[in-house]
Write a protein that binds this ligand. Structure first.
Ligand SMILES: [Zn+2]
Length: 134
């Protein structure tokens, strides 16, 4: 087979999965830790790590370690040009850019927002969206 199609195919394969699209949309605004993405997807961490590895091998995301946490971020924001075009083709809205605060997530960003917004421990499992920090 013509090898010049290998890399574009790898990128499109990486995009062609609902969990991976959800991860990429979660990274539109800023980096997120694995624990946050795990809470967001409501999947086992092993499953989420597998999807992250797929995206990383396709060159779409990169990781950074901070203590025990691993953060992932978008390598080249032009991937969203692709996703936006696909969304336009199928009549879907583009993904949410803001950080989603999850009551079930132990990451520092969720904790910080949770304290500021609620001022107490959350008992609800509902999703709450807040504006990103400037
Ligand atoms: Zn979080």
């Amino acid at each position: 087979m013509d090898t010049s199609y290998r890399l574009p195919t790898q990128v499109l394969k990486a995009l062609a999965h609902p969990a991976r699209l959800k991860i990429l949309n979660a990274l539109r605004d800023d980096e997120e830790c694995v624990c946050h993405l795990t809470a967001l997807l409501r999947q086992r961490q092993a499953y989420v790590s597998q999807q992250l590895m797929f995206l990383r091998q396709a060159g779409l995301i990169e990781d950074r370690k901070d203590g025990l946490r691993v953060y992932y971020r978008i390598k080249d924001p032009r991937v969203f040009d692709v996703l936006n075009v696909v969304n336009a083709l199928v009549g879907e809205k583009d993904g949410i850019a803001e950080h989603q605060v999850l009551a079930t997530c132990p990451c520092p960003r969720c904790e910080k927002h949770g304290q500021r917004v609620g001022g107490r421990q959350w008992k609800s499992k509902s999703l709450v969206r807040v504006a990103p920090t400037a």
